[in-house]
Design a protein around this ligand. Sequence first.
Ligand code: SF4
Ligand code: SF4
Ligand code: SF4
Length: 643
Amino acid sequence: MDPDKELLLRLAQTDPSGLGREEREHLALLSRQVLEQPLIMVNSTTSGMVAGAGETWRAVEHYLEERNIGAEIRETGSIGLLSEEPVLSVQLPGRTRLFFRRVTADRVPALLDDIFHMVIPAELVIGQLPGNRQETWSDIRNLDNIPFFALQSRIVLEHCGIIDPFSLAEYVGRGGYSAFLSVIRRYTFSEVCNLVIRSGLRGRSGGGFPTGLKWKTAADTPSDQKYLICNAEESDPGAFTDRYLMEGNPFQLLEGIAIAAYAIGSNRAYIYIRSELKDSVKRIDHAIRELRNFGLLGDNILDSGYNLQISLRKGPGAFVCGEETALIASLEGRRGMPAPKPPYPTATGYLGRPTVVNNVETLSNLPGIIRKGPDWFRSIGQKDCPGTKIFSISGRSRITGLVEVPMGTTFDVIVNKITGGVERGRELKAVHVGGPLGYMIPPALMDLEITYENLKKHQLGMGSGGILVLDDRTCVVNMVRYFTAYVDKQSCGKCIPCREGTRRMAEVMERICSRPADEPDQSALDRFRGVLEMESLSGVMKDTSLCGLGQNAPNPVMSSLKYFREEYEAHVFDRVCPSNICTQLRSWFIDVDLCTGCSICAKRCPAEAIIGTPRHPYFIVQEKCIGCGICYEVCKFSAVYYK
Ligand code: SF4
Ligand code: SF4
Ligand code: SF4
């Protein structure tokens, strides 16, 4: 066997202190914890590439070639600061690693010139990552002391943005695979279930069901075959946790899958992923091949007698396929539609066999729990809700990205302290948590501690952890209109309450935010009736829809009606959008001093609401205007304005 491979496998099965001094040093080199030449790492995940990391990479290559400098360039994941991409890190031999923000290609030569002359550009540096036997840079803050990281507990995200996701050596060099190998060597299936039950880990996809109990049901169901499915569908458009876990540390996920599969007595696991997540697919695919090559997947893994195959299955990316029975149907080659429960998949799942479906974040927690023990996990977060939760922060937040905090952290800490709140001069209006099926939460509830139970007490939830930050420029009603329209399109149509309920909600919201040309005089009453109808529909949908999509579809409407009722009243009765976002509720005018009488707006107006004589100022008849804004877009003289 290749000696490097043998050394890594020995490490995974023993404590580093069990290795000789030379072996430890060789291992430190293999896992890039000790360097012989400078190391430059570029975040090549989706956020980095969108911000230009590909060009940054080429600029680094060009710089090194041109100056004939011997240095290694590697890909890495994201450290979570998505709004600071492209993030690049540089480590010189013997020194701590430095992280830099917004390193576009044009900034590369000056930045590397500075670093190779031991000068750190203050405007670009984020901080340094302390490491063993590494000299620190003076006057540079440790990452842990920066507000964005200081209040986080990065246990699942720990290595994202630090290691090369294509290097098994880097993962193993930091303790990777020791959990799985100790599981298959030291524990029975049920002992692993019990360990995870003791840890208190709960599913991170929103429901918060205890993971170990779910496993136990499947483990205790007699069958010739059992399946473990990793739900990597992440269909909520506002959540990107799973994507960055897969792109930043695929081996951690695969180790978690292997532990879960072993615990339920399964030797067949699938990762169900949206085909459009190409970077995740690439990294997971590579990691599976690497594990097979090392003998950490396949038959008789390291002579333990345990066999495990993991396969990737790409799905079309339907929102409803995030629901476990729909996912299983899609995996079986059928249309992705939910099925009634019971029977639960843990009894009758994929191909009619006991099946456990866990999501990426849940599974990525497992290696740490096994390695450090259930008591360690219980020491983080809350008694009834231990561990951490990763939130994807987007919207009008000063910093957008991934944040991992102990359960029980408040929204205030996440939104105002870690990600810096909204822009200076603006006010926080709401946070929307949990995507299109989520909840609109007002600033008054920012001190709410985030646990499954606590949110439930307030009729709220965390969904898969997407937090959309909204400032005073946002129209809550319009945002909810968008969610209802989205969910209406995603309903699979199998059951009437969801199919008809989501359609009706979308229609009512559309009517509230728009001004049809044929709007009758009594329409305010119709709109008000529509709101009342949504309130009563909501109860029916929650009680009678077959799956979570229909049951949770009313959440944005009901939470916003509860906390932002006055905004609805302004739209419904006054026909005014207080944030001036609903274009159709704007009143449009023509400035007679600027209008040249070119007549273009009158020709393009769909409601024939603009009248006038060519070469003289035109005029908008308010009673006929439907507020489409076309005149504003086509006027070349900036003569059209709105109030
Ligand atoms: S609740 Fe909606 S998405 Fe779920 S099965 Fe019924 S129609 Fe389909
Ligand atoms: S397009 Fe502008 S300038 Fe031309 S008639 Fe309309 S308002 Fe006047
Ligand atoms: S906004 Fe302008 S183009 Fe649209 S209906 Fe009113 S006047 Fe006509």
